[in-house]
Design a protein around this ligand. Sequence first.
Ligand code: AMP
Ligand code: TRP
Length: 329
Amino acid sequence: MSRVLSGIQPSGQLTLGNYIGAMKNFVKLQETEECFFMVVDLHAITVPQEPAALSEQTEALAALYIAAGIDPSKASVFIQSHVRAHAELGWLFTTLANMGELERMTQFKDKAAGKESVGAGLFVYPTLMAADILIYHADLIPVGDDQKQHIELTRDLTQRFNSRFGEYFKTPEPYIHKVGARIMSLDDASKKMSKSNPNPGSFIALLDPIDVIRKKIARATTDSGMEVRFDPANKPEVSNLMSIYSHCADLTLPEIEERYQGQGYGSFKKDLAEAVISVIEPLQARYHEIRESGEIHQILKQGAEKASNIADRTLAEVKERMGFLLPRG
Ligand code: AMP
Ligand code: TRP
């Protein structure tokens, strides 16, 4: 059995891109692997967060994990800041990374672009992510395509730690879909679907009202042709919608092409909306039940206890290897 670890930031609404790119794999992997899924609140504060909104969004995201199908009897779900060792190992790892490699991170470059002042936390963000992963000795990291570079950096830091302090960590692997690893905006297929896009028509939020989802899909940009064909280079918008369809209806791309041969985009988009709704509607119903019941707090407590046991031990072993004097007596 492999150990699986991943996290999502509680910053704003979760999108269909998060669901397809990340959560869908979480739900699949919990059946066969030992899984840890967290809400990465310490990462969220690398850009300013309103305190009241942060705690609400943290709880909401934890509930969404369960609503999306994470079963707390199979996987541990917890809040990153509830496991204190993350912050401490994150600090230790800032001393392993160098400025040059952190400057090359595209997420950092994107988030820092055009800003007069850039927080130092945003810069060292990937070292905390490396700590998140290595603190559990995780083997597999299910993420969307945009996180691949951070995992590569984690792999480099793993080797660096091992060569300085002796073989200790194993090198984690990213686990990424072949199709749908990057769901694009509905209004512009050159940008990834993101909750931080100021145009709400560009993304589908998992908690969007159902009629809003229908409208957003009806208005999604397509090319002026009429062929439903997967061809990301020449038909990026339609190909993106096909990836979404493929994930929501469990159809392969050739099956979708065959189904809509000679039909144009109208019926394709209509069926796509229904496929998306068939995933989101039950998820929303479960989400509201979980929020009302308050059961999430017990789930998070158990998750943090299990995670802390492993994380505390790793941190102690790392500190010993690095030469920290450990308290005695
Ligand atoms: P974030 O919302 O940045 O914390 O991302 C949480 C997870 O969702 C990460 O694994 C991302 O790679 C994934 N993700 C976010 N947006 C997309 C997208 N548009 N397509 C595919 N995966 C995504
Ligand atoms: N950086 C990830 C994102 O923005 C979130 C994250 C933090 C993460 N720590 C992690 C993902 C550890 C996987 C493993 O999406």
